[in-house]
Design a protein around this ligand. Structure first.
Ligand code: THU
Length: 127
């Protein structure tokens, strides 16, 4: 299944996380409307607030390649089952959702759990 592949790529990306402070690696993998795949990992900074989450790193790579609509994202941490996206990343995902929304794919042991963005961010902000 395609979502298994997205999760594998998220897992692979988490290995490159730059996490000297939290020691909490996260990887993400987005699937766009054009069936392109982009990965990201978190990277931290001595000035802690500058940390970039794995999800926003992956979304940024899609954006710079000209993609604008995201169909699905897998999020993975080896440290935590069900590694939900933070609130900031949920709002960024909301911005780039496809016509059918976004499936957010999390790993729960050997299983994948899938949520729609509306479930994780009811009433997302738009202009
Ligand atoms: N982190 C992510 O990469 N994505 C999230 O949605 C939540 C948190 C990262 C940020 C930081 O490097 C580490 O996890 C601990 O908060």
């Amino acid at each position: 299944m395609e979502y298994e592949i997205l999760m594998e790529k998220a897992q692979e990306a988490s290995k490159n996380a730059y996490i000297p402070y939290s020691k909490f690696p996260v990887g993400a993998c987005v699937l766009t409307e054009n069936d392109k795949i982009y990965t990201g990992c978190n990277f931290e900074n001595s000035s802690f607030g500058l940390t970039i989450c794995a999800e926003r790193n992956a979304i940024g790579s899609a954006i710079v390649d000209g993609e604008r609509k995201i169909k699905a994202i897998a999020v993975f941490s080896p440290k935590k089952d069900m590694c939900y996206p933070c609130g900031a990343c949920r709002q960024v995902l909301y911005e780039f959702q496809s016509e059918n929304g976004i499936d957010i794919i999390l790993k729960d042991g050997d299983n994948l759990k899938i949520f729609k963005i509306e479930e994780l961010l009811p009433g997302g902000f738009n202009l």
